[in-house]
Design a protein around this ligand. Structure first.
Ligand SMILES: Nc1ncnc2c1ncn2[C@@H]1O[C@H](COP(=O)(O)OP(=O)(O)OP(=O)(O)O)[C@@H](O)[C@H]1O
Ligand SMILES: [Mg+2]
Length: 259
């Protein structure tokens, strides 16, 4: 299997509603993927299927685990996380009364799955796990520009910084695939521009595959190499930013109102 992630005929029904319907996707390692579409199109539901929050009604989700295909659809979220899938949430989920640093350290403890433990063993620092976790947590905070604020309560950060803290928490599980659900929501143009650079930098530095949902078309078109468009649960188009911008179906379903 060359793909890092392969989705085949994936569907999720809620009662009579087909929130996600017959999706096929092939994602290559290191790609920067955008997932766009109108409100209610099924974007977050697709993330929830891929990260184990929901069990698929139909279809396969295959992850490349050391060259072998592994069907992860319906697996528990903590197991999927341990296989290298990390995410942020559309509605920020931080431990508000904990400090910035504690939030990242907790993510490492809670998700001490494959990535974290294998890194510890590789470094021969198993005996000193606590110190290693502290060092890594500080590294991720530096990456997202929050190191100076590490001892502040998460709840005291401005919104844009809380979103970046969520990214640091996701990095803490040492993912191979990073899922970002509307990372620029609530950010001003300068913050959005900084975020674009940050995501590209993190992809390169940590050799990540990134799949992000966004309504901010300037971010999507600048950053993403390939874009998938959902509408009423169905994939209506995929292609490069230029192909998507010029796709009639996409313009009438979505971009017409956004651009
Ligand atoms: N747990 C659920 N139970 C019932 N219906 C749901 C559930 N989760 C999502 N839906 C419905 O599925 C559809 C897709 O919702 P989803 O949140 O995936 O859309 P989205 O593309 O992420 O939209 P937005 O851009 O507004 O975040 C919507 O009609 C929504 O109401
Ligand atoms: Mg959503």
């Amino acid at each position: 299997m060359d793909e890092i992630l392969k989705v085949t005929g994936l569907s999720k029904n809620f009662g009579g509603l087909a929130a996600v319907s017959g999706i096929n996707m092939n994602i290559m390692p290191g790609e920067l993927i955008g997932l766009i579409g109108p409100n209610g199109a099924g974007k977050t539901t697709l993330f929830n299927l891929l990260t184990g929050v929901y069990e698929p009604s139909e279809g396969l989700i295959e992850l490349n685990v050391e060259g072998q295909k592994k069907q992860i659809g319906g697996m528990k979220p903590y197991k999927i996380t341990a296989l290298g899938m990390a995410r942020t949430f559309q509605n920020i989920r931080l431990f508000k009364s904990m400090t910035v640093l504690e939030n990242v350290k907790l993510a490492m403890h809670k998700n001490a799955g494959y990535g974290v433990w294998s890194a510890l063993l590789r470094n021969g620092k198993f005996y000193n796990a606590e110190r290693w976790i502290e060092e890594k947590a500080n590294e991720y905070l530096r990456e997202v520009g929050l190191y100076r604020k590490r001892n502040e309560k998460a709840t005291n950060l401005p919104y844009g910084e809380q979103r970046r803290l969520e990214i640091a928490r996701a990095l803490a599980v040492q993912p191979r695939i990073l899922f970002l659900d509307e990372p620029a929501a609530g950010m001003n143009p300068q913050e959005t521009d900084d975020l674009t650079k940050l995501i590209r930098h993190l992809r390169d530095k940590y050799k990540l595959t990134v799949i992000l949902i966004e309504h901010d078309m300037s971010l999507v078109m600048n950053l993403c190499e390939r874009i998938f468009v959902l509408n009423y649960g169905k994939l209506i188009a995929s292609g490069t930013p230029d192909e998507i911008k010029n796709n009639e179906f996409v313009i009438s379903a979505y971009l017409g109102e956004e651009m």
